[in-house]
Design a protein around this ligand. Sequence first.
Ligand code: G1P
Length: 294
Amino acid sequence: MKQVRKAIIPAAGLGTRFLPATKAMPKEMLPIIDKPTIQYIVEEAVEAGIEDIIIVTGKGKRAIEDHFDHAFELENNLAEKGKLKLLEAVQRSSKVDIHYIRQKEPKGLGHAVWCARRFIGDEPFAVLLGDDIVQAEVPCLKQLIHQYESTGGSIIGVQPVADSETQRYGIIDPIAKEGRLYQVRTFVEKPPAGQAPSNLAIMGRYILNPEIFRFLDLQEEGAGGEIQLTDAIRRLNEIQNVYAYHFQGVRYDVGEKLGFILTTLDFAMQNSELRTQLLEEMEKMVRKQSQAIG
Ligand code: G1P
């Protein structure tokens, strides 16, 4: 069995949910505390043993390339001033080898992945979506790679969501379960409310066999008029087993405003330099609000 060495990170979305912040800045560069969201994703891939990363970008995404490049002036400046912790943090973002390719038209996630087909070639590969950050003892992607190594089939990361949320996600229709691994009857992208076959939602982490490109090559439009990765996965599952894995860890949704704010607060609570003061300030805020209401 071939090893999973390569990863695709699609980052071509327009980021309309965060306008006007994303008018001139890629949404992937919005920080949680002091680190752009895309760096959390890249670090997870590296911790899972990925050697080569390709980021699929679009218009106005140059800041991502600059971020993962060496910043000699800044690094020299920090070194001269003895700010070694900051220097290490800055250098961490330029240690991985990252490749870039442009998605020329915004045709959807399936199309973004298809744009990287030549980079992937005939190997299994990972896809990580930037709207989902996962905190876990064993990095989420590593958990999926372990499952790939024991099954040889594509593995889709899932977690349960509330019934009211299923129409926002790709949803699996499970057949059988062994531990946290599911055999899947079919995959549905954003089923209409009340019609989801389960509440197990695809959470932005995939290990895919290269045969997926046979189906992405067809360029068929699905939900929302876009070329959907979930549709190609459903087709792939018809010719070889595609599994879903309920990964361990906490998943943060940084693709929408409330999720982004909650993630920032949760990460700040885990930060010893911020926690105490943040708690005090939040208590004050809560008191003020309750007085306003009461
Ligand atoms: C994409 C996928 C969907 C998945 C979701 C996870 O949707 O198409 O299957 O559940 O990411 O975040 P998007 O949120 O880009 O519309």
